[in-house]
Design a protein around this ligand. Structure first.
Ligand code: OSB
Ligand code: MG
Length: 368
């Protein structure tokens, strides 16, 4: 297919509740929505980049620049028949996974639509419903945390992830385990600890957490391997796995037993699928992470979660968990059994609401 137009739209969405992690509090969420046009069809993707380089070095400014000045010119006029065709085109840019992932996602959606199949089928997905979990930010006190967790457990979510940081770790986990003995609970530290804190992290072992996510530095593999040898709780890596090569290294070193796969963090769908296949081959548990996506990114994440090796619930919560109003025509909702339906229409299976997208736009650009 000959690509004839590419759109970039930087939007800003207001969260219903502030989201606090070990690296800060977010209320307004920036992202870049990408549309790739060919043969009368449009494919959609999302780069869930933040305003600040907290979770990743990428920001909405760097992603805009890398897309606008390097990736979009490479894609312009290209003749693409397989998503893999993007590999050599984008390989000329080092890093910048989120900038690449949004454009690559749009191309996958486009190719699935051209073949009139859903994206999850194109990728080898095997499930029409996938189990989902919810991620809960740092709360002001234990009562507020209990209340949040209770409402999500009642809504049906299969597992609850709580953000932890030094000073907000053992107490919240202990309180939740006591109040929700049957619930699958996990903690995400977003790199807030060092190996010197191993004793604190070890104190989480008695609470039977499903896993602890990214306790140590965002770029570390060695210390995570040492920590994993020392604690019973499985370590899940998020930030540290930004490429297929890093996943291979982490597996070889024993740095984790679980990987949270985010297409945005690893440079797109093709790499996400390769990490999935690698994880399956080595017996790791796998699940799809989230980056506070709009409906576009959420639909892509749901399609990825349909792959057979995704053994644990993803961070794919309902539209109403984050947004008053989304940019698509569909509201994602958790079923009472804690699953979510994977859209089955062509591509990502949902339509973008153009008026809503325009209303949220900070800037847009079109390349023909
Ligand atoms: O660490 O998994 C994370 C959100 C933004 C950036 C990083 C993370 C998160 C979440 C929320 O935990 C996941 C979601 O519900 O989208
Ligand atoms: Mg995380």
């Amino acid at each position: 297919m000959q690509i004839d137009k590419i759109e970039q739209v930087h939007i800003r969405m207001q969260l219903k509740h502030p989201f606090e992690t070990s690296f800060g509090v977010q209320q307004a969420i920036d992202k870049i929505i990408l549309a790739v046009h060919a043969g009368g069809l449009t494919g959609w993707g999302e780069s869930p980049v933040s305003a600040a380089p907290g979770y990743s070095y990428e920001t909405v400014e760097t992603a805009w620049h890398i897309q606008h000045d390097f990736l979009i010119p490479a894609l312009r006029g290209a003749d693409i028949d397989q998503p893999g065709d993007l590999g050599p085109l984008f390989g000329r840019v080092r890093g910048h996974a989120m900038a690449k992932a949004g454009l690559e996602a749009a191309v996958w959606d486009l190719l699935a639509k051209a073949r009139d199949v859903s994206l999850h089928r194109l990728l080898g997905g095997t499930r029409a419903q996938v189990p989902v979990g919810v991620s809960i930010g740092v709360q002001k006190d234990l009562d507020a945390l209990r209340e949040r967790v209770e409402s999500f457990v009642e809504a049906g979510y299969r597992r609850v992830k709580v953000k932890i940081k030094p000073g907000w770790d053992v107490a919240p986990v202990e309180a939740l385990r006591a109040d929700f003995p049957e619930t699958a609970i996990m903690a995400d530290a977003n790199s807030a600890y060092t190996l010197d804190d191993a004793m604190t992290i070890k104190r989480l072992d008695p609470f039977d957490l499903l896993m602890i996510e990214q306790p140590l530095a965002h770029d570390d593999l060695l210390d995570h391997a040492a920590l994993q040898r020392d604690i019973a709780t499985p370590i899940c890596l998020d930030e540290s796995i930004h490429s297929v090569a890093r996943a291979r290294e982490a597996i070889a070193l024993g740095s984790c037993r679980v990987i949270n796969i985010k297409p945005a963090r690893v440079g797109g769908w093709a790499n996400a699928k390769m990490i999935h296949d690698l994880g399956v081959a080595h017996g790791l548990d796998l699940w799809v992470g989230g980056m506070l996506e709009s409906g576009v990114g959420r639909a892509h994440n749901l399609a990825l979660a349909a792959l057979p090796g995704m053994s644990l619930p993803g961070d794919i919560s309902g539209t109403d968990r984050y947004w008053h109003q989304d940019i698509i025509d569909h509201v994602f909702a958790v079923n009472p059994d804690g699953t979510m339906d994977v859209p089955d229409g062509p591509g990502i299976g949902v339509q973008v609401d153009r008026a809503r997208l325009a209303a949220l736009a900070v800037r847009s650009s079109e390349t023909t």
